[in-house]
Ligand binder design. Structure first.
Ligand code: GLU
Length: 475
């Protein structure tokens, strides 16, 4: 029987969930789901000066929004200090770790000297064989790395990576202030949590040989490793704010759909033929490390925006109606707590999905359907609301008022008879009407728009446009 897959996402809560972290979380999640395994969330908050509860909340919020539900956790490393210390004691007792009394000033001085003489800065092993404690000094604890030989990391993505042990430092596993360090806690936790696959960014690849030595010293099996390629900006430097928003929740704020972001993130390093758009089920079914490349992935905000527009086009309007509600409030199109008939809203969205790349755009184009009044775009007003169109608008208003039917078909007949009578083109009527009803010159088909705006509002807006023409200088 094969062992059940157990993976973890282990963020340090020193910032919001960002694109790179979310991609790591996603690959862990997909690997777990693909293998019917467990996905665990572990908060690596041992750096107390930089970790905050607020960031923990923010990370959990980001994962929730992306739909990356975990099966166990969140666990916090600061709840487990006693556990780490007991493992440290064990290694010291077994002679696999030792007390180090070198002060940070001394270490810094030696490091400076090494660099000045062109040597690789490395702990010189001074306290490795100390027999007696140094009185009055509180030591740190260092782990003994073998002085010779090689350590081989068999990575599921990177293949075989060889490290020379003499290049590795005897690393501190417990600081003199009693706090354990990352490379140690990560091993203890991965052992205790029975992690089978460690999936993380390849900025941790250099830590892996050290961790392998700690596994061996503790007598535990070494998990499999998969180091994901870095994510770079378009200029090939490490992704940062300069390349656009990097926090996951910033994408929520900008009106991205979580599934679109997930779909985009998965393609940062993973591919499946030339397919670009995947449902969640497809991702779970298709995901494996065989299709994760070694090369760094380039973050491309335009492609993400394109993908978002695809998700908007293909999402049921009923779902978009729910998702757009908070944006209608934020953009001040409706008041807080104000409700809108979802069936009507879905119909309005039907006409706009093809033109909206984000939910923020969608909310703003919905404005003319929802608002009581429209504001005219000045240029559009000057061009289309003038003496020439006034008569046409008056006639349209009267016809609409006198016919009970306000359907798409009825409107089409009314429009046709007016343009025929005046010997003008449909657009000579449609454009002024469009400005009167939407405030601008771009909108979905005019009959659809009118039908959704409704008869009463249409008449009111036509009336206002006609008045605007009569008294252009007295609004
Ligand atoms: N806490 C580490 C980080 O945020 C994760 C290390 C790991 O996954 O082993 O980079």
């Amino acid at each position: 029987m094969t062992e059940k897959v157990r993976v973890r996402f282990a963020p340090s809560p020193t910032g919001h969930l960002h694109i790179g972290g979310a991609r790591t979380a996603l690959f862990n999640y997909l690997f777990a789901r693909h293998n019917n395994g467990a996905f665990i969330l572990r908060i690596e908050d041992t750096d107390r000066s930089r970790s905050t509860d607020e960031y923990i909340e923010a990370i959990i919020e980001g994962m929730k929004w992306l739909g990356l539900d975990c099966d166990e956790g969140p666990f916090r490393q600061t709840d487990r200090f006693d556990v780490y210390r007991s493992y440290v004691d064990r290694l010291v007792k077994e002679g696999k770790a030792y007390y180090c009394y070198c002060s940070s000033e001394e270490l810094e001085e030696r490091r400076r000297l090494a660099l000045a003489t062109g040597k690789m800065p490395k702990y010189d092993g001074r306290c490795r064989n100390l027999k007696e404690p140094v009185p009055g000094e509180i030591p740190a604890v260092r782990f003994k790395i073998p002085l010779e030989g090689q350590t081989i990391v068999d990575d599921l993505i990177r293949g075989t990576v060889v490290f020379e042990n003499n290049q590795l430092d005897d690393l501190i596993i417990l600081r003199s202030d009693g706090t354990p360090t990352y490379n140690f806690t990560v091993v203890v936790d991965d052992v205790d949590m029975k992690i089978t696959h460690v999936i993380r960014g390849d900025d941790h690849l250099n830590n892996t040989p050290k961790q392998i030595h700690i596994y061996k010293a503790l007598g535990y099996n070494i998990p499999k490793f998969a180091h994901l390629p870095m994510i770079l900006g378009s200029d090939k430097t490490r992704l940062s704010k300069r390349h656009g928003a990097t926090s996951v929740m910033a994408y929520y704020e900008m009106g991205y759909l979580p599934d679109a972001l997930v779909n985009y993130l998965v393609r940062l390093g993973w591919s499946y033929g030339d397919q670009e758009v995947f449902s969640r089920e497809e991702l779970i079914k298709c995901f494996s490390f065989d299709n994760v490349g070694k090369a760094a992935a380039i973050f491309n905000p335009e492609k993400l925006l394109w993908l978002n527009s695809q998700y908007i086009i293909h999402s049921p309007s009923e779902r978009l109606a729910e998702l757009v509600m908070p944006f209608l409030v934020k953009e001040k199109i409706i008041g807080e707590g104000q409700d809108i008939d979802r069936k009507w809203l879905s119909k309005a969205i039907d006409t706009l999905k093809e033109r909206s790349k984000t939910l923020v755009q969608l909310a703003n184009t919905l404005r003319y359907y929802i608002a009581e009044e429209v504001e005219y775009n000045e240029k559009a007003k000057d061009k289309f609301l003038n003496e020439k169109s006034r008569e046409l608008l008056i006639e349209l208003k009267n016809s609409i008022a006198s016919v009970p039917d306000f359907s798409h078909q009825a409107l089409e007949i009314i429009f046709k008879s007016i343009v025929e009578k005046h010997g003008v083109k449909l657009k000579d009527l449609a454009q002024p009407v469009r400005v009167a009803i939407t405030g601008g010159t771009e909108s979905p088909g005019i009959f659809e728009v009118l039908e959704i705006v409704g008869k009463e509002k249409t008449l009111r807006r036509l009336e206002k446009a006609i008045k605007t023409i009569v008294c252009p200088h007295f609004p």
